[in-house]
Ligand binder design. Structure first.
Ligand code: KG4
Ligand code: ZN
Length: 337
């Protein structure tokens, strides 16, 4: 099957062509530059930009895969979660295109697609513990083929959001995660002490707001420049990763998965990649990371999972609509041990 994938859930307009699990093209246009002056995404501006970009980006993805519209066997599009105006642009476009082409279309969960981005080019073993660590979400799922059960999520900030907010407070720019990673090189990660956050309510949930507030207090109190700034950033990056590793350890002990996947924008982080790789080696568990170009938001992962879903018989009718949240969105306690 040759699938057109479309992703417009947040601030990337993306389209991709995937055929039998192989990525033929993937085009991602970030809107980051639009939001620099606002210090964050403005949903209304984002959806208007998606509206301008969606058609040219789809055409680029088709051209790069030397594919004509009539050669498409199905359309996969992000259905949830995300900014509702942004989701609606991609979803409505996909729906209209599929209707016009008389082909099936399928709505894909953005978080499930992140997890499956780690399968591209290989085959998952199950049961899989899939983590999505991004700017919007920090959540863990137990995955068996196309069944996903959320076992942890963040109560407040996502890991990437904490990195972004601290970078912003320091005036370092966006995206904070990659800037902090670069600037933390040569820093002493033991110089500033951050406690490993552990919720005392029997859940596996994540929480980053305390860590973020503690880092903000240090920024207000100390003059962070030169080597001291590097030390601070290395220590904060380590604290963010420590919490992921701590949860991962617990989750592996309790659920005993055959394999682990760590995905989402923050999984580009080399320090996280190395720590998680050596953890999995020590535990003797199979470990999958997406290639770095597949970690952030993209449509290749949407088309990839969409193709599997279409094969399994999933599809949408023309009355279906996207929605902004999922069971893995931030919020109340999710799971008790
Ligand atoms: O998956 P993604 O592109 O969008 C969401 O679905 O949120 O993730 C974006 C997040 C941002 O918070 C960004 O700071 C973080 O990924 N990020 C990184 C790195 N590159 C991007 N975090 C840590 N290290 C990086 N190298
Ligand atoms: Zn994402």
């Amino acid at each position: 099957m040759r699938i057109l994938g479309i992703e417009t859930s947040c601030d990337e307009t993306a389209a991709a062509i995937v055929e039998n699990g192989k990525v033929l093209s993937s085009v991602v246009r970030s809107q980051v530059d639009l939001f620099e002056e606002f210090g964050g995404i403005v949903p209304e501006i984002s959806s208007r930009r998606h509206l301008e970009l969606i058609h040219p980006i789809v055409n680029q993805a088709l051209a790069r895969a030397s594919t004509e519209l009539r050669q498409i066997d199905g359309v996969a599009v992000t259905k949830k979660p995300g900014l509702i105006g942004s989701l609606l642009v991609g979803f409505s476009y996909a729906k209209a295109l599929a209707y016009g082409l008389k082909k099936p279309f399928v709505g894909v969960d953005h978080l499930y697609a992140h997890i499956y981005s780690a399968e591209i080019g290989r085959k998952f073993e199950f049961p899989l513990l899939g983590l999505v660590i991004s700017g919007g979400h920090t959540a863990a799922f137990l995955v068996e083929d196309l069944n996903f059960r959320v076992v942890a999520r963040t109560r407040d900030d996502a890991a990437g959001e904490a990195l972004d907010k601290i970078a912003k407070k320091l005036g370092l720019g966006y995206p904070g995660g990659s800037i902090i990673e670069k600037m933390a090189k040569g820093g002493n990660s033991e110089a500033f002490e951050f406690p490993v956050v552990k919720l005392k309510d029997g859940s596996f949930d994540f929480s980053y707001s305390g860590l973020k507030s503690q880092a903000a207090r240090i920024i207000d109190r100390e003059k962070l420049e030169g080597q001291k700034l590097k030390d601070f950033l290395a220590s904060f990056q380590k604290a963010v990763v420590d919490q992921i590793m701590e949860r991962l350890d617990e989750l592996v002990r309790v659920f005993k998965p055959a394999a682990i996947a760590i995905t989402g924008g923050v999984s580009q982080n080399q320090y996280l990649r190395e720590r998680a790789t050596s953890f999995a080696e020590k535990k003797g568990v199979k470990f999958y990371l997406p290639e770095k170009w597949l970690c952030g938001d993209n449509a290749a992962m949407i088309a990839y999972l969409g193709e599997k879903m279409l094969h399994a018989g999933f599809s949408e009718d023309l009355f279906s609509t996207p929605f902004p949240r999922t069971e893995a969105s931030k919020g109340e306690k999710q799971f008790r041990k």
